[in-house]
Design a binder for this molecule. Structure first.
Ligand SMILES: NC(=O)c1ccc[n+]([C@@H]2O[C@H](COP(=O)([O-])OP(=O)(O)OC[C@H]3O[C@@H](n4cnc5c(N)ncnc54)[C@H](OP(=O)(O)O)[C@@H]3O)[C@@H](O)[C@H]2O)c1
Length: 185
């Protein structure tokens, strides 16, 4: 979904922001295990950083549990506006902007002048934004039964897939993966 401001604003930022989602999931749509990522996939981490950083004017939206799962060295994710969704009005973390509801999260990214707003999980946050994104970047991890947190049910009827890259299993990538970009028709 492309969010377009319909009034003539005076702020020094773009009036068009792309809403995008990014996820790694296994063959059973598992994305997480006991609050962490189930696999070590260096190629995916590098791609995630490069895509979500973009030109340095992007934001990431994540759930509070995903924020908690990030290693201390990576919080906040550098060179991106970190928007963290929580229902707890007292929740606070250095480097994060809290959003209590979906519209607020998008508003923060817009007000920050972001070119792209990346929805980065976890499961609860993917579910809330699935209908609001125009592109989903999926790394399919070629293994099953990885964890106890899943990507929400996704009706792909109006989506088309472009396979971009296959990465074999090696010393830095625990499993073979396929990276695709899904676009809403
Ligand atoms: N494979 C991947 O690509 C990927 C990506 C990201 C995360 N993950 C994994 O996914 C797991 C975490 O996912 P999760 O679904 O358990 O948690 P999550 O989506 O990261 O965060 C859930 C939290 O978001 C907040 N929240 C949920 N709905 C909300 C709403 N309507 N309004 C405001 N805030 C709301 C709540 O925070 P409060 O409790 O503070 O109110 C809730 O506890 C971890 O294992 C992580 O490693 C995997």
């Amino acid at each position: 979904m492309t969010i377009t401001l319909t009034y003539q604003h005076q702020f020094p930022y773009s009036d068009r922001m792309k809403m995008v989602m990014i996820v790694a999931m296994d063959e059973d749509c598992n994305i997480g295990s006991s609050g962490e990522l189930p696999w070590r996939l260096k190629s995916d981490m590098i791609r995630f950083k490069s895509l979500t950083e973009g030109d340095g004017f992007n934001s990431v939206i994540m759930g509070r549990k995903t924020w908690d799962s990030l290693p201390a060295d990576f919080t906040p994710l550098p060179d991106r506006t970190n928007i963290v969704m929580s229902r707890d009005t007292n929740w606070y973390a250095d480097g994060a902007v809290t959003a209590l509801y979906v519209g607020r999260a998008i508003e923060i990214a817009l007000a920050d002048g972001c070119d792209e707003c990346w929805v980065i999980g976890g499961s609860q946050i993917y579910e809330m934004f699935l209908e609001r994104v125009e592109e989903i970047h999926v790394t399919k991890v070629h293994v099953g039964g990885s964890g106890n947190v899943s990507f929400p049910v996704w009706n792909k009827i109006n989506w088309s897939e472009e396979v971009i890259e296959h990465v074999p299993e090696d010393a830095h990538n625990e499993h073979a993966t396929t990276y695709s970009v899904w676009t809403k028709n």
